[in-house]
Design a protein around this ligand. Structure first.
Ligand code: NAP
Length: 280
């Protein structure tokens, strides 16, 4: 059974589904099988990254599926070691060669790496690559409001999307408010906080029982109602389907409030605060 996923419109006009597939660790032929099954199940937005070393896997799944290329939204990300302008341009081209695609729908800077301090150069490369037709929409990941302000002030171009760590234990309320005010779509990475203890949480279990849904479904519905695009990763066709079967119920105000109470100031899974954490 295929599920129809509602879309959101980015500020440059590109429409993307409100749930996509995370692909960290989905590689090789098993990865192709998992991603192809997700597309067959109704997924149209596929996340990937140069550093996941699976752009080739994603490209192969795009070629294998019968869904037309233009119906898909394929994402990749620029790694921190290639933030200088010329390296960024070459890396975008290399990402396309690896995937054997003519264009990415979304290409995003993976981490700001503020100590390295080259993300403005990287952003300029993405702006130009969009003009050259290599990318349809440009975004960032893990950027704090202070980093986004610099992009705006120094290039005049704000990202369409910011992919950030977001799950019930770290709900990023202030960051989401900044995005909303500036027309940037929030995309949630590790939306299920990789399983961990959310799957044992009594509050979420009680809400799941109330709607006759599973804990992952309640969490993914919560992301949707927050207005965030989520990208749960699953290698299993049945769990992929479960994760997008969330459009036949709605959490009420009380449930949304109970879920909001679960957030913690130190709720990041691995203490990756983009103000100081850098990834290359
Ligand atoms: N921008 C960044 O810096 C950044 C950082 C981290 C992640 N990401 C992106 O975000 C994506 C998602 O994050 P993530 O992979 O870290 O974690 P996640 O999506 O929160 O959780 C994935 C884990 O949950 C399991 N799972 C998924 N659906 C399930 C279900 N319905 N029932 C039970 N278990 C389920 C998966 O196992 P199975 O596969 O066995 O189902 C996997 O172990 C990544 O794949 C990547 O694309 C981006």
């Amino acid at each position: 059974m295929r599920s129809q996923i509602p879309e959101v419109t980015l500020h440059d006009g590109l429409k993307i589904p409100s749930i996509g597939l995370g692909t960290a660790k989905l590689k090789g032929s098993d990865g192709v099988t998992a991603i192809t099954s997700a597309i067959d199940n109704g997924y149209r937005l596929i996340d990937s990254a140069y550093n996941y070393e699976n752009e080739g896997t994603v490209g192969e799944a795009v070629r294998k599926t019968t869904v037309p290329r233009e119906a898909l939204r394929i994402t990749s990300k620029l790694p921190g070691r290639y933030h200088s302008y010329s390296d960024a341009v070459t890396t975008i081209q290399e990402s396309l060669y690896r995937a054997n695609l003519d264009y990415y729908d979304l290409y995003i800077i993976h981490w700001p790496n503020p100590i390295q301090g080259k993300y403005i150069e990287a952003w300029q490369a993405l702006i130009d690559a969009k003009k050259w037709g290599l990318i349809r929409s440009i975004g960032v990941s893990n950027f704090l409001p202070e980093h986004l302000e610099r992009l705006k002030n120094e290039t005049g171009v704000l990202p369409t999307i910011n992919q950030i760590e977001l799950h019930p234990f770290f709900n990023q309320e202030e960051q989401r408010e900044w995005h909303e005010k500036h027309g940037v779509i929030t995309e949630s990475w590790s939306p299920l906080s990789r399983g961990s203890d959310v799957f044992e949480n009594e509050t979420i279990q009680a809400i799941a029982n109330k709607y006759n849904k599973t804990i992952p479904q309640v969490i993914l519905r919560w992301h949707y109602q927050l207005g965030a695009v989520s990208i749960p990763k699953s290698s299993s066709p049945s769990r992929q389907l479960e994760n997008i079967s969330i459009f036949d119920f709605a959490l009420d105000y009380e449930d949304m409030d109970s879920l909001a109470q679960l957030t913690r100031p130190d709720g990041r899974m691995n203490d990756q605060n983009p103000a100081v954490y850098e990834e290359f």
